[in-house]
Design a protein around this ligand. Structure first.
Ligand code: KG4
Ligand code: ZN
Length: 370
């Protein structure tokens, strides 16, 4: 991390899914976190519709950038860099953010940093709890991903220890909510119903927890099928479905597996703290059980506040600021969106190895004329 005297001022743009997020940070200090969401437009389809999301990003982009600058009380000229989610995510949605970031960075002569959405979900915790310890163990649980990651340096070294072999944790929440007719997105509503239900009412399966199963991989599709069958059987028998108990028991199965494996990874790797990020980290039961189990194992838990767990622009700015502070090379003007950018690539560097502005412009001219 840079000294406080040279903390970079960075604007970050996030458009990988259905939130148009623009955040501004000063090093690890959050100055603005502006968000426009198209979630209501997707609700009636039961999932995010890519074309609808892309158009909503396009409409929201300029007003959201303006709002963030105003909130932070800075002007574009003050910025040290522009960061943008280059992937993974929906291709068309990512493209809107990348194009906007390029235009903005080029117009104001600022270096551009294409960054990884998943590494951003980890780095955002710096805005709440200060500089991340190194290495950091991270449990990343969102609508598209469920992974255990060990990072020695969030700008350059992210190692996957395990991941889901089928559904992501958030996807399982969304699918079960649909079966229960609770609407979209499923996580927050299941979280709410579960509070009034009995987590031990139904013993749903814990995927990949047998002695011969891979220690750090996850599987939620068996659980999903099991919950759906259980509900179907109730309905077929003409009985009422105890929605609160189903929600609580399902949530308990997901959270039990996630926390068990995360704590085990910390112990195995000798890491004494755990970070949890991604939309599902907003889950109240996950936060509570992780705290209990980390306390019992002598592990320090770091989970950002719920608003920083779900997609936002501040997380992108946080990782961008870290890139600037660590002198990582800026991206070139031919930066493109990569819908399947691997988690092992925290950022998409340019061909140059300097983050000097003029040099970036030189390289871009070469690209333009070659
Ligand atoms: O990180 P995120 O905002 O977007 C992706 O990158 O996917 O995560 C969205 C996911 C959705 O599946 C949503 O249902 C889930 O996070 N989620 C939750 C909660 N809040 C959001 N899952 C469980 N409990 C919550 N409170
Ligand atoms: Zn996300």
């Amino acid at each position: 991390m840079a000294d406080s005297r040279d903390q970079p001022l960075v604007l970050g743009i996030e458009t990988s899914c259905d939130e148009t997020g623009v955040g501004i940070v000063h090093g690890t200090t959050l100055l603005a976190d502006a968000i426009a969401s198209s979630v209501d437009e997707h609700a009636r389809f039961g999932g995010v519709v890519p074309e609808v999301a892309s158009r909503a990003h396009l409409e929201a982009m300029v007003p959201t950038i303006d709002r963030a600058l105003k909130e932070a009380g800075v002007t574009a000229k003050d910025l040290d860099g522009i960061a943008v989610t280059a992937g993974p995510g929906l291709a068309g949605a990512l493209l809107v953010g990348v194009s906007a970031a390029k235009a903005f960075a080029y117009a104001f002569g600022k270096p551009l940093y294409g960054v990884n959405h998943l590494a951003s979900h980890i780095c955002v915790d710096q805005l709440e709890h200060g500089t991340l310890p190194e290495p950091t163990m991270a449990l990343l649980v969102s609508g598209g991903h469920s992974s255990l990651l060990l990072s020695a340096d969030i700008t350059s070294d992210v190692r996957p220890l395990g991941a889901t072999i089928d559904d992501a944790a958030g996807e399982a929440f969304d699918k079960i909510a649909r079966v229960l007719d609770l609407g979209f997105p499923g996580g927050p509503v299941i979280d709410r119903y579960a509070k009034e239900g009995d987590p031990e009412a139904i013993a749903f399966p814990r995927g990949l927890t047998g002695p011969r199963d891979p220690a750090y991989d996850f599987s939620f599709s068996g659980l999903k099928t099991s919950v759906a069958r259980w509900i179907e059987a109730k309905r077929a028998a003409g009985e009422d479905v105890p929605v609160r108990d189903v929600a609580a028991s399902f949530q308990e199965a997901v959270v039990d597996v996630l926390t068990r494996k995360a704590v085990r990874a910390c112990k195995d790797e000798g890491v004494d703290h755990l970070m949890i990020g991604g939309g599902v980290a907003a889950n109240t039961r996950l936060r509570a059980m992780a705290q209990e189990r980390c306390d019992a194992a002598g592990i320090r838990l770091r989970v950002p506040r719920p608003k920083l767990c779900t997609d936002n622009g501040a997380m992108v700015a946080a990782l961008g600021a870290e890139m600037v502070a660590r002198n990582r090379s800026a991206s070139d003007w031919d930066l493109s969106a990569d819908s399947s950018l691997p988690v092992t690539e925290p950022h998409v560097p340019g061909h140059s190895h300097s983050h000097d502005h003029d040099h970036v412009h030189e390289v871009s001219k070469e690209n333009l004329y070659s």
